[in-house]
Design a protein around this ligand. Structure first.
Ligand code: PTJ
Length: 254
């Protein structure tokens, strides 16, 4: 268990604690240097959004969980930052929605892949896909390391949850007619715009919220879940997040 040196009374304790998780992940070979920079961008948007899960994000979470529960073969994709911030929550959600977990890295190395697999297994994952086995294949038109996926995982999945990543793969997966759910604090990113459903929230809050929501929605019948998905409008939801940022800035500094 990680012990924080940040006193809980510190006004920015939560934010500093998240930074510590990433720095520890970096020291343990899970997070890449660029992941720390990526976090800085996310942190900025989080600050502007009020560092809380908005009602707009909750609407997206509900739609995302409905889509995941309707999926025949859902997969949760895990990169370095996600593993450092919320491996336990990934495993918990995967158990509720019956999803595979797959490691998928932009800055791939065997060492990092193994460190992330170990972390996920420590948190209770029974099987971790994406560990460059004989079953690896390539997403068409995606040249980066991220394009190499597990044939029985992301390649065959009908729905992929991609918490926190860059846009190329989301676009490529959508081109493959998959449903893609992203969690991205930046409502302007290519990932956010390309995804079927985008949850504009910090993964550290969104994943536990999704676990709670999915548990409740599991009791609902398929028709209700389909209605929730059909009523969701990703562009509208992203515009609402931008409006929250704009109003927040006006209210605080206007
Ligand atoms: O572990 P790897 O090798 O796969 O590399 C992972 C990183 C994150 C380095 C790689 O995917 C990358 O470079 O990502 P980008 O292009 O910087 O995009 C990251 C996106 O995630 C940005 O839009 C950030 O705003 C957003 N983001 C960062 N931290 C969080 C976040 N979204 C939600 N929760 C966060 N904690």
């Amino acid at each position: 268990m990680h012990r924080s040196i940040v006193p809980s009374s510190h006004p920015r304790a939560k934010s500093l604690y998240i930074r510590e998780l990433l720095v520890n992940g970096f020291k343990n070979g899970i997070v890449v240097e660029e992941g720390l920079i990526a976090h800085g961008r996310g942190e900025t948007f989080d600050y502007l959004l009020g560092e809380d899960t908005t009602e707009t994000a909750r609407t997206a979470i509900k739609a995302a969980c409905s889509l995941l529960l309707l999926a025949v073969h859902p997969v949760i994709s895990v990169n370095g930052n996600v593993a450092a911030l919320c491996s336990k929550e990934v495993v918990e959600l995967s158990n509720i929605i019956n999803a595979d977990i797959e490691v998928n890295l932009f800055y791939w190395s065997k060492k990092r892949e193994m460190a992330i697999e170990k972390e996920l297994k420590k948190m209770g994952a029974k099987t971790v896909l994406g560990t460059r086995s004989v079953d690896s294949t390539r997403i068409p038109e995606l040249q980066s390391e991220r394009g190499i996926v597990d044939y029985d995982g992301i390649y065959k999945a009908d729905t992929v949850l991609v918490p926190l990543e860059d846009g190329d793969r989301t676009e490529a997966l959508v081109k493959m007619h998959k449903k893609v759910i992203s969690i991205d604090l930046n409502p302007l990113s290519r990932t956010s715009k390309a995804a079927t459903i985008t949850v504009v929230d910090n993964v550290i809050r969104a994943l536990p919220a999704m676990a709670i929501e999915a548990k409740q929605l599991k009791e609902q019948n398929g028709e209700i879940l389909k209605r929730i998905v059909n009523e969701f409008d990703n562009s509208k939801n992203l515009s609402e997040s931008l409006e929250i940022i704009r109003c927040g800035v006006d209210a605080r500094y206007g």
